[in-house]
Design a protein around this ligand. Structure first.
Ligand SMILES: *Cc1c(COP(=O)(O)O)cnc(C)c1O
Length: 399
């Protein structure tokens, strides 16, 4: 980025006198459009960031023109929310009661709402009211998430006053799925210590490896122990639409709450204002067939990359592919033979080379690379480029 533009973007003064729309458009064209995050490119595989959707681009400005609050009333935005929530429930295979859902700014907010509902139900079961009385003087409520669960679960627990020390981290099995026996043991231990187990938060698609927890078994544990069953499907719930994937998601329909993120796999524009209309436009533009095609196409790309990795001597796969995320690593070390150090440095070096974008994470105590497929424009040629870019980046670092 040009130093002058960086300085302007971060340091510009608030103008005393307002500027014209022409000037604003000029600034956007000259100072902002040249510097996108890069997530529109077919070789952007970082985090879980989808490319822009044509329908989103087109309708976002109209939505901004309407600019409604959807608290109530009879206007387009408030009414469209009913349809979009019903569509999402239907796609995720979740039973839908009319009005039983909300569009939120993002999955983190959906998680807070889910866990707040869990907290209140537990309090009511115990004869008190958490919303009215607060948590003071009550036995601590304990939540269970897996070691691969998203950080928004812990943050929600903290914000809801449950206390980070009452979030239990359940270990995962060899496929990075919640270990249900360990879950049972932790719940029993907490109940014995006179704490109040109240919620288990499972994942339908973790961000590190795309793993889907054994939802049916976790639903059984929740039912046995009277726990709220929350499912974080922010990234992965729509993976259920891939051919042959349904069995892995059995039990999701038993969730008490399910967090979804239309700005992930569906590619609905990210941000909060008027997400309603935009969610509608993108989904309507794709249609059910288009959504299923998108999910299948991106899941196939993930499997193709996994196959290439398994066939290569210098890469290894770190987790089975369940959704559209591939977790892997470069097997050769740096000059001192340090594989972890090299893998930690690879994502930035690949990004710096500018031909592909992937991010890193830690999996099973190891530095890992991960690629997430969300862009329908990605081709198998892009996969070879990604692996070659990774090799070149590794060679640069080693030199
Ligand atoms: C992205 C994501 C979240 C958090 O969603 P935001 O929309 O960023 O708040 C939670 N869980 C998973 C699995 C995610 O992929």
């Amino acid at each position: 980025m040009a130093e002058e533009d960086r300085a302007w973007l971060t340091g510009q003064d608030l103008p005393t006198v307002g500027r014209s729309l022409d000037e604003l458009v000029h600034d956007v064209r000259v100072r902002m459009l040249p510097y996108p995050m890069g997530n529109g490119h077919p070789r952007f595989f970082g985090w879980v960031n989808s490319p822009p959707s044509p329908a989103g681009v087109l309708v976002a400005s109209m939505a901004a023109a309407l600019n409604p609050s959807c608290a109530g009333g009879e206007h387009a935005g408030a009414l469209l929310e009913y349809a979009v929530v019903r569509w999402l429930a239907d796609l995720a295979g979740y039973p839908h009661a009319a009005g039983g859902g909300l569009l939120t700014s993002r999955a983190s907010m959906a998680t807070i709402i889910g866990l707040a509902s869990a907290r209140q139900r537990a309090a009511r079961q115990d004869g008190w009211d958490a919303r009215e009385e607060g948590l003071c003087g009550q036995p601590p409520m304990v939540m269970y998430m897996s070691a691969e669960g998203h950080s928004c679960l812990r943050k929600a627990a903290e914000l809801l006053g449950l206390g980070a020390r009452h979030v239990r981290v359940v270990p995962v099995d060899g496929r990075f799925r919640m270990d249900v026996d360990a879950l049972r043991a932790l719940i029993a231990q907490d109940a014995k210590a006179r704490l109040r187990p109240f919620c288990v938060a499972a994942s339908a698609g973790t961000v590190n490896t795309g793993a889907v927890d054994p939802l049916e078994e976790i639903a059984d544990v929740a039912a046995d122990r009277g726990l709220w069953f929350h499912v974080d499907g922010a990234y992965g719930a729509l993976g259920v639409l891939a051919d042959g994937a349904a069995a892995a998601y059995a039990g999701i329909e038993r969730a008490d709450s399910l967090a979804l993120d239309p700005h992930k796999w569906l590619g609905v524009p990210v941000d909060c204002g008027c997400v309603l209309l935009r969610a509608w436009a993108t989904m309507s533009y794709l249609g059910r067939d288009g959504i299923v095609r998108l999910v299948n196409q991106t899941v196939r790309l993930a499997h193709a990359l996994a196959a290439m990795i398994e066939a290569a001597d210098d890469f290894e796969l770190l987790a089975p592919v369940t959704t559209s995320i591939v977790a892997f690593r470069y097997r050769l070390g740096n000059r001192d033979g340090r594989v972890d150090d090299l893998n930690r440095a690879i994502p930035a070096a690949v990004q710096q080379r500018g031909r592909a974008f992937l991010t890193g994470t830690r999996i099973g105590g190891m530095e890992a690379l991960r690629a997430c497929f969300l862009n329908p424009a990605t081709t198998t040629e892009d996969l070879s480029i990604l692996l070659n870019e990774t090799r070149m980046a590794a060679a640069e670092i080693a030199a």
